[in-house]
Write a protein that binds this ligand. Sequence first.
Ligand code: SAM
Length: 284
Amino acid sequence: MVALSEHEYQLFQRYIAEKCGISLDDTKAYLVESRLAKLLIDSKCESFSELFLLLQNHSDANIETRVIDAITTNETYWFRDPDSWQMITEVWLPQKIAEIKERKNDKIRVWSAAASTGQEIYSLVITISEYLKNNQITAVSIDDFEFLATDISTNVLTIARRGHYDPITIMRGLKADLREAYFKLEGTSWVLKDEYRKRVRFEPFNLQNSFLFLGKFDLVFCRNVLIYFTEALRNDVFKKTAQVLKPDGCLLIGAAEIYYSMDDYFHKNITSYGTYFTLKETTK
Ligand SMILES: C[S@@+](CC[C@H](N)C(=O)[O-])C[C@H]1O[C@@H](n2cnc3c(N)ncnc32)[C@H](O)[C@@H]1O
């Protein structure tokens, strides 16, 4: 296997910070070396310096995409952080349904801001569908909701759009009755039924960019991505998220994440179902 020198690591470290906002500390050389090893072979490079040159020369548009796909950590699963799903069903969803019924809200808009392979946003589509069905709500339908899911990695977005999951992936966090109701088995893949899959618009989006053209949201998931960012980018993401939340919109971050700088924009709501964030009066 070709080794990554300290100098080469520094080149990739800077490149990844610039392109993705991901901060790799000096202990992560092994990660870059192992994750780029296949790309090195596929692009017939004899060293990481050669691969870096290819990136810089823009001679192959695919290389940049493949580096980003390889470096990003895409770990995700169904109904991650169980408490947050309880909060959604017990607190957020009843409020939004009331707003639709009372015509205070035209469309409930949700954004999964680091969507990975789709489990987060599809878990929400399933949650809402189940809630409406189980509570026999007919005055509000899933058509009253709009789902946007974005990620910097085009590879994960392709998987998410297809909605095909292998037998191990489908098991991670998804109960058997929901699997049977929302997916069909095709060969060895569990395929999300079209009526649910087509609800979600998946788009490439870099969280370093401006959020303003995305419109306003009732709920933003920005979970398990901020941990990879520099503090400056993290604070920028908080500021930009505050700009795209509706006045009583809600932000969810990962259950294990704590960022004191959020306090500048958000009020922390600590409930028995975990924590969610709403805009401070001064940020509305
Ligand atoms: C660990 S996954 C989290 C998935 C999901 N939110 C969850 O909590 O299960 C992090 C995702 O963030 C994406 N990501 C990393 N840097 C990004 C950036 N600058 N802009 C948008 N997405 C990014 C990665 O591609 C990856 O799919």
